[in-house]
Design a protein around this ligand. Sequence first.
Ligand SMILES: *[C@@H]1O[C@H](CO)[C@@H](O)[C@H](O)[C@H]1NC(C)=O
Ligand SMILES: *[C@@H]1O[C@H](CO)[C@@H](O)[C@H](O)[C@H]1NC(C)=O
Ligand SMILES: *[C@@H]1O[C@H](CO)[C@@H](O)[C@H](O)[C@H]1NC(C)=O
Ligand SMILES: *[C@@H]1O[C@H](CO)[C@@H](O)[C@H](O)[C@H]1NC(C)=O
Ligand SMILES: *[C@@H]1O[C@H](CO)[C@@H](O)[C@H](O)[C@H]1NC(C)=O
Length: 722
Amino acid sequence: MTSAQRWPERGWALLQLFLVAFFSQAEEQVCQLRGDSENPQLSKDGDIILGGIFSFHSSWNDRQKTYTYKPLPLECTSLNFRDFQIAQAMLFAIEEINNSTDLLPGISLGYKMYDTCRSIARSVRVALALANGIEVVSAPSVASCTRPISHFATCACLSDKTKYPSFLRTIPSDYYQSRALAQLVKHFGWTWVGAIRSDNDYGNNGMAIFTETAQQLGICLEYSVAFLRTDPPNKIQKIIDIIQLSSSKVIVAFLSFLDLDVLMNKLSLYNLTGYQWVGTEGWIFDSQTSEMDKNHILDGAIGLSIPKAHVSSMREFILNVKAVHSSGNDMLAEFWEALFNCKFKQSNSSTENQRECTGHEDLSGLQNSFIDMSLMPIFNNVYKSVYAVAHALHSFLGCNETCNYKKGKPVCCYDCIRCAEGEINSITCVRCQPEFWSNDRRDTCVKKEAEFLSYEEIMGALLTASSLFGTCMTAVVAFIFFRYRKTPIVRANNSELSFLLLFSLTLCFLCSLTFIGRPSEWSCMLRHTAFGITFVLCISCVLGKTMVVLMAFRASLPGSNVMKWFGPTQQRLSVLAFTLIQVVICILWLTISPPFPFRNLKELKDKIILECALGSTVGFWAVLGYIGLLASFCFILAFLARKLPDNFNEAKFITFSMLIFCAVWITFIPAYVSSPGKFSVAVEIFAILASSFGLLICIFIPKCYIILLKPEKNTKKKMMGK
Ligand SMILES: *[C@@H]1O[C@H](CO)[C@@H](O)[C@H](O)[C@H]1NC(C)=O
Ligand SMILES: *[C@@H]1O[C@H](CO)[C@@H](O)[C@H](O)[C@H]1NC(C)=O
Ligand SMILES: *[C@@H]1O[C@H](CO)[C@@H](O)[C@H](O)[C@H]1NC(C)=O
Ligand SMILES: *[C@@H]1O[C@H](CO)[C@@H](O)[C@H](O)[C@H]1NC(C)=O
Ligand SMILES: *[C@@H]1O[C@H](CO)[C@@H](O)[C@H](O)[C@H]1NC(C)=O
């Protein structure tokens, strides 16, 4: 323990460190204590022992040190009722938790409470006794799992986690008090003040922060002096002189109660009244201060106090000291004697001029500081400390090897590991709500980003541009065909089907746009159905054209009149019939179980995917399957017709376009199924665009080429020549 050497300087702050929790663990005892062991003044056995360090006595008798024999144990004097109260507050919390079925169920709590007698040396001894378990030499050793928690140590220095990594407290740091005091002094317009502080970490650190803030606020310190109650009288005398000679009438006292007590005793001799005192929580709210201040030196003092608090039943518990007496403990007997100013028979001191204690004395008539509950805010801090320890132990004991959270170290030593993604640090890692995700520092849950294919992002913009480009290209082709509608090449293979095909291609290109943007109820229903119907319309037209090629060949054979069976009316009807089937499928899908917008929280862990749920998967695959069926049929017919001598190799180009179409949609399925989030939508749009371009380019571009660049081939003669 590297800071142990510095402990004595810390003085009063240290006396207030008090809570230590430790566990019994069967381990080989390595070290042996040389010297006397420290025995707790109050103790009770339990599965888990909480330690407490108090000053049940305020002083001790100086013994002559001869250095010829081992020093005797400290002989403590002046019983201090206040710390008895605080110990009772701790007991109350321990019993309450011990009784509780929610917190640490099935675990009995014990305690060990030590008396420091306000001796710094003894404080260090008992603190180490608790930390190291040196009082149990032959018993199983105690794992070094100590966490000091203070209910009263306010020194800002203790917030330094590099020096005091395990220190905790249930009272705010002086960092706030010092600055608030400076603001208070400034508020009353006191810009010329004197300052006195305890010459320890409490006073020195507190005053340093006060001074810094005061300077910023334009407050001047006439003097700033430090002393400790154990200082020689001439040092305190010097301070009195400084106060007497000063011109400032406001004194800021960053003092512990004990130091103030010593100072007041001196000041009252000099009748130094008429000063405005500004005090710290160390003394300002303690009712003992006004008892001690017989000469009214401190009248009108102001300062900051600990917020008022009420812990139900605690007062009754503290005052219920009957149980205390019955335990037969030496110190408790002494306490009882002091409380009722009597003596127990067995006690080995002179009982002549004192009445005998019965053990049934009544507390109700009593008038002393044990009855005074003005320190309830501090009791509350004690209460909170015990609960803090209990809660920590509760979560810790609910944990098993999987949490230990360091191999080879005692089970209670663990590093804070980074929580997994989607979890944040609390006492344990806590999972964020489904719509939330942890930030990088794992300290808060942030709302997940919504993901969908939007027009703004590059992929969405490119797909939109391709779709518009395809639409324009179709329009241009349609314009060329319309302009040259009288020429043989346009008239050759049923120009009506060609225009219908161009129209449906335009719709195919446009329907890809419904896939882009934030999914809404309408866009979800439109998406697949519009796509399904326009594609079936498209393929039906191509199918019609293929049939025309096949029929035309048969018709050209002698004695055939097939053309009668597949004239323009039949062609129109077949296109209509094929499309109607898809319309029926879509209507069924939309009425039975339509697609709907869906927030997918599962697929990506850190994003919400806004997508269209299919509603009915059967519907989706029926629509796709029907397109596939027609396309395959069309492909087979075109394949059969590819070698037939027709005008301008129509069947060959249709075969080729169907080949592209089928290839695109066969690759689409695995890509669609395996793409995450918005990419599956992009894949679908890509398939729509690719197959549409395939049809447009294979079927129409060669014809446009002849129309525009090789007009000499576009003659009836040429066609008849074939
Ligand atoms: C805690 O409860 C156990 C029984 O559950 C009891 O034996 C023990 O005395 C209690 N401890 C305290 C401090 O009240
Ligand atoms: C704990 O339980 C015991 C027995 O039921 C009871 O006497 C005692 O008052 C309880 N203590 C507290 C602090 O609630
Ligand atoms: C202190 O002041 C009181 C009244 O203010 C006066 O009666 C008393 O004599 C003074 N004592 C000294 C030592 O000045
Ligand atoms: C009690 O006091 C007497 C003398 O007053 C002394 O002889 C005796 O040893 C003392 N007993 C104890 C237990 O301290
Ligand atoms: C450890 O504790 C967790 C949560 O309490 C539990 O799910 C797990 O089964 C435990 N593992 C072992 C080895 O006890």
